[in-house]
Design a protein around this ligand. Structure first.
Ligand code: FAD
Ligand code: SF4
Length: 499
């Protein structure tokens, strides 16, 4: 009998090697590695989500008639070795794993891989897109993907974007609505059962954060239900406030689907098909449909391919030589009176989630302008988020957020001061700091450190046309010396957990 070895982020009958497997010819191996689970201080909801999804997937395969060797083992390597001793499989097959380390492990074991279909652009296809190009811009890649998969395309040859334009971002950057905070549909939840309880009992003692509430689905059926709820109830309003942040609502119109896409419970084509269908049925406006499809068909696939092109050195990059240890407030939101930071960090503690702009323009932005070490910040985010995986966390943190790759992924650093946060959120009202002040005890740390960042890196960024204007504005501030002194004092207090 053959064995198909399934990793914990490949939990779908239609992925790679499992597609053709049948109960009468194949046994399935799933390894729950206690060493991996205990190796980091995971957020409890993240650890619970991953392990519960694996155990339930094994149960679903058994119901289909498969013999599943669900093996608890100290390491993956030992799990495979013990499986071979016990079952002597004729042949072991595995779908190309989603991390660099796992691929090295599989190669070192001499196990054959089947090409992964978990993404719509395999790295071999991406190589064709990138061939001969001086730069591989995400926007060009996205248009290429739209054309070849014919999402939101029209015309005789289906090569024209629906609505006459590729990108509706202009309609999607609205600040939060002044009223109607209750307009955001409440996320679905399910009741926890004995399997959930058993997983919680089995988790190591170093997990942290609020316990699971049934927010994150752990079966394919529940993940599909979450997808349909999103498409029917939320997608129509996805676009306009995509970049907004609210103290009173942690999810707004975001899909909350990333964990399922990342562990295989959902596949990208079924999510995209559902969104495209809702658009052609007239249920979703173009700005929402295009905005959402771009995130998955464009950004997600682009990030996946950047990871495979640039790893393994990429994860260690530190172009801006940022060496500050992770600030205490990241691990303990009680250490800060900054409303924006404490709101987002409390949300991470509560749900193991924050939405994209909170990750990029609050958490990432603050790590960037405080000069926080990129590898330490990556580690913290990886431990904390429900949807984290190396392939997606590393390019988003090292490249998009911290400019630690020197501009390989983003053409400018995403640095901003309190003015941006004030425009896109309601955090600044009632904050202990004043977002307009750049000196004095109540000066806003975002504002002060933003100007200080421009000065610290003026030699690097004054040559970058996308950000040179901000550098020159910093150089021309009449009180720049006082601002830089204030920045030093703020950084000291942040290091001591006093801001
Ligand atoms: P929605 O806003 O509903 O977006 C729809 C989908 O688009 C997401 O589910 C996701 O699959 C995809 N998507 C959008 N942007 C990106 C992107 N930049 N990279 C990859 N996929 C994208 N995403 C993760 O899946 N895991 C991570 O560990 C992760 N870490 C991040 C760290 C930082 C610093 C930043 C700036 C972004 C990170 N992202 C990560 C990307 C993005 O923030 C999340 O995918 C998104 O917030 C997930 O929530 P959602 O499903 O509600 O997204
Ligand atoms: Fe954040 Fe500054 Fe606004 Fe306070 S004033 S919420 S610290 S941006």
């Amino acid at each position: 009998m053959n064995t198909v070895w399934v990793f914990g982020d490949q939990l779908n009958r239609n992925i790679g090697a499992l597609q053709a497997a049948q109960p009468n010819t194949h046994r399935v191996l799933i390894i729950e590695s206690s060493g991996k689970i205990a190796s980091r201080p995971w957020h409890i909801q993240r650890a619970h989500f991953l392990v519960t999804s694996m155990r339930r997937f094994a149960l679903a395969l058994e119901q289909e008639g498969f013999q599943v060797d669900y093996r608890k083992s100290p390491t993956m390597r030992e799990g495979v070795a013990d499986h071979i001793v016990e079952f002597s499989p004729t042949h072991i097959d595995v779908t190309e794993p989603n991390s660099y380390t796992a691929r090295q492990l599989v190669a070192s074991l001499g196990i054959q891989t089947t090409a992964s279909n978990q993404f719509l652009c395999h790295p071999t296809d991406f190589a064709k897109f990138a061939e001969g190009k001086k730069s591989m811009k995400m926007e060009d890649f996205y248009r290429w993907q739209r054309k070849r998969y014919e999402y939101l395309m029209e015309g005789d040859k289906r090569d024209q974007p629906v609505g006459g334009q590729w990108n509706f971002d202009e309609d999607n950057r609205l600040p939060p609505p002044k009223t109607g905070h209750d307009r955001w549909p409440v996320p679905q939840v399910h009741t926890l059962d004995d399997v959930d309880q058993q997983v919680l009992n089995d988790l190591p003692s170093n997990v942290w954060g609020a316990k699971p509430t049934g927010l994150w689905a752990t079966t394919r059926e529940d993940a599909l239900a979450r997808l349909h709820y999103f498409v029917n109830e939320i997608l129509p309003t996805f676009g306009e406030h995509e970049d907004a942040m609210l103290e009173s609502n942690w999810h707004l119109a975001h899909s909350l689907l990333s964990p399922y896409l990342n562990n295989g419970l959902l596949l990208p084509n079924e999510v995209l098909d559902a969104a495209a269908q809702a658009f052609s049925d007239g249920k979703v406006p173009i700005n929402s449909a295009e905005g959402f499809i771009r995130q998955i068909l464009g950004w997600r696939e682009y990030i996946w391919n950047c990871y495979w092109r640039w790893m393994p050195d990429y994860a260690q990059r530190n172009h801006l030589e940022a060496h500050r240890p992770l600030l205490p407030l990241f691990k303990n939101p009680k250490k800060t009176q900054m409303k924006c930071m404490s709101t987002v960090l409390n949300g991470v503690n509560e749900h193991s989630y924050s939405h994209h702009i909170e990750r990029l323009m609050v958490l990432g932005n603050f790590a960037l302008i405080t000069g926080t070490n990129p590898q330490q910040f990556t580690e913290w985010m990886w431990n904390s988020f429900i949807d984290a995986a190396e392939w997606v966390m590393v390019p988003n943190v090292i490249g998009m957020s911290l400019y630690a790759d020197g501009g390989m992924l983003a053409t400018k650093p995403y640095a901003s001061g309190g003015a941006y946060i004030d425009r896109m959120s309601n955090h600044c009202k009632g904050c202990a700091y004043d977002r307009k002040k750049r000196t004095g005890d109540d000066a806003c740390p975002f504002t002060v450190l933003y100007w200080d960042f421009m000065m610290r890196h003026q030699d690097t960024f004054v040559k970058n046309p996308r950000i040179a204007r901000q550098v020159r504005a910093a150089q021309q501030l009449s009180d720049i010396d006082a601002v830089q002194q204030t920045a030093q004092s703020i950084l000291q207090r942040l290091d001591a957990g006093q801001i």
